[in-house]
Design a protein around this ligand. Structure first.
Ligand code: PH2
Ligand code: MG
Ligand code: MG
Length: 166
């Protein structure tokens, strides 16, 4: 079993419901959700002309290997109605990204772990630091707390929304 961290994001439609539905769909005997960060409302990055996101991070234990877990995440994105038609990094009802998979380092065409931009994104580091501030990035060898301190500013606020672990 490995401890894994996923980033959830939504910026279209009923954003909170999409995040909760993603959590419900992820939870299974093969994917044991341990903790979920608070939900943050965050300014869009990389592609500015889109609505603000809700973002959160999920901590789970799983025996699913990285590619199997990727396929599971993509399947849930499709089930929740994600369309792959819009611009890259543009608006989406749900995005489920693998941030970390134990201390594994993966670099294949379909999947890069640790997530290649996690260390520079406050919308990832802030909720991840709520769960595991002292955990070290397996490539950069710096703690999440340190990466967060070094990340550039991004407008965001912690909401009162708490996703339920079922
Ligand atoms: N996801 C992106 C691009 N930009 N910005 C925020 N605030 N939150 C996201 O989840 C996000 C983003 C591509 O996946
Ligand atoms: Mg993403
Ligand atoms: Mg994605």
């Amino acid at each position: 079993m490995k401890t894994v961290y996923l980033s959830l994001g939504s910026n279209l439609g009923q954003r909170e419901q999409y995040l909760q539905q993603a959590v419900n769909a992820l939870a299974s005997p093969e994917f044991l959700i341990r903790r979920i960060s608070p939900v943050y409302e965050t300014e869009p990055q990389d592609y500015a002309a889109q609505p603000w996101f809700l973002n959160a991070v999920v901590e789970a234990e799983t025996a699913l290997l990285p590619i199997r877990l990727l396929h599971r995440c993509q399947q849930i994105e499709r089930e929740l109605g994600r369309k792959r038609s819009g611009p890259a990094k543009g608006p989406r009802v749900i995005d489920i990204d693998i941030l970390l998979h134990g201390r594994a380092v993966v670099d294949v065409p379909q999947l890069v772990i640790p997530h290649p931009s996690m260390h520079e994104r406050r919308f990832v580091l802030e909720p991840l630091a709520d769960l595991a501030p002292e955990m070290k990035h397996p490539v950069l060898q710096r703690s999440i707390r340190e990466l967060l301190a070094a990340a550039k500013g991004q407008k965001m606020r912690k909401t009162d929304i708490r996703l339920a672990v079922r």
